[in-house]
Design a protein around this ligand. Structure first.
Ligand code: FE2
Length: 221
């Protein structure tokens, strides 16, 4: 009986020493990629997508989970983004939460066989706002090319329901400015440097011509 008790104590202490007793599941999980890692080739290579999704996006999720665990923060990803955006002391939480959100939105903003012109009400709105799809394309590429440093280029629906192309720096996102995002292109170098090096303009052009998921943008309208 004593031997059995000693065995139970030993197993319990081993379990505790490996940290199992304190571990709770992370609040946020990496969102599934909506396609295979080689599905966007030849425009975005499997190597780029593997690093971008598996290392960069995963890294933001892991850091976010660690930070909110340390700070005892709870809530949906959007709630944590809104809360941390108003508090300079939570800047690192905001950066990682927003980067998680932005990347999930970016993966859905592309699809294999995507690109080309939108259709239906979205095309009508784009034409009404920018003059033509080609004018929209020109402004989107220019915004992406001229954005200083790292960031994102978005097509958004503004508070007055008009469409706008905006560039945001670092992790900044339309959500905290009361704008509704329709689609986004990642302008951080990790998104394109292995495939396009310094040719950011080519990458943004390819994003619109061959990758953009207009069905997703229409659903967000
Ligand atoms: Fe990225």
């Amino acid at each position: 009986m004593k031997k059995r008790l000693a065995y139970i104590v030993l197993i319990s202490s081993l379990w505790l020493s490996t940290g199992h007793a304190d571990e709770s599941p992370p609040q946020f999980a990496l969102s599934p990629l909506p396609y295979e890692k080689n599905a966007l080739e030849p425009y975005i290579s499997e190597t780029t997508l593997s690093f971008h999704y598996g290392k960069h996006h995963q890294g933001y999720v892991d850091t976010l989970n660690k930070l909110i665990d340390e700070k005892g923060l709870k809530g949906s990803l959007e709630e944590i983004i809104m809360k941390s955006s108003r508090n300079p002391e939570l800047k690192t939480v905001f950066n990682n939460a927003a980067q998680d959100w932005n990347h999930t939105f970016y993966w859905s903003s592309m699809k294999p066989g995507g690109g080309g012109n939108p259709t239906g009400p979205l095309l009508d709105l784009i034409t009404k706002t920018f003059g033509s799809y080609d004018d929209f394309k020109k402004e989107f590429i220019e915004t992406g090319t001229k954005l200083f440093g790292s960031g994102w280029v978005w097509l958004v629906k503004d508070k007055d329901n008009s469409l706008k192309i905006i560039g945001t720096n670092n992790a900044d996102l339309p959500l905290i400015h009361g704008q509704k995002p329709l689609l986004v292109c990642d302008i951080w170098e990790h998104a394109y440097y292995l495939d396009y090096q310094n040719r950011r303009k080519d990458y943004v052009e390819v994003f619109l011509d061959h990758l953009v998921n207009w069905d997703f943008a229409s659903q967000n309208l």
